[in-house]
Design a protein around this ligand. Sequence first.
Ligand code: 13P
Length: 243
Amino acid sequence: MKTGRAGRLIVGNWKMNGTRAALAEIRAMAARDDLWVAPPFTLIHAALEAGGGRVRIGGQDSHVRDFGAHTGCVSAAMLADLGASFVIVGHSERRSDQRESDAEVRAKAHAGQAAELDVILCVGETLEQRDAGRAEAVVADQLMGSLPDDPAGLIIAYEPVWAIGTGRTPTVADVGAMHAHIRARLVAQFGDAGAALPILYGGSVNPGNAAALLAVPEVGGALVGGASLTAAGLIAIAEAVPD
Ligand code: 13P
């Protein structure tokens, strides 16, 4: 798995943004060789070309099966066939918009691994759950329900739902506490391998707050939405990684 400065992963999730004009941003991101971007499916093939092998390109989701009668869906095997190298599963927008369950997310993680993609598995609590003091319990439940059997190529992303697209972030203390909590679960599940899995933070990461968030112990990188839509934004975040 190719990581950036100090072993941190900086991953852009473009969500439902980007037409061919946005390929210029991928070209500009290729000034570095350590950025990861998940554009919409429609741009993956062209983004692989635009990145010239220097930007790792992945999918924002994929189906649990390799092929079949599933109109509108894309499989992990199809992403791998294009040359994509990772897939995001269990993003909170899919858990809410498409009502994806932990069991489905887990099956997607297995399918991604079977296609030899790195799998970024997202978890995170809502504001209501945090305010009720249940954030750690909710994240542990999501994690234990969605983790694949094997840790191969697995990356966890902690994305508090209330921090996504809102400009609000948890305190660095809260991020550190949650990442330590996730780490303990990963070690309990996978032993030494669980100690080595990257745990990304996501939710309103921008060039101004990246250095502080990326300095938190157990934060292995960032999963970035809005600020990843421009090369300038994602590169500035990557440059903020502390040594
Ligand atoms: P924002 O960075 O826009 O808050 O989005 C975070 C996210 O959901 C990345 O997957």
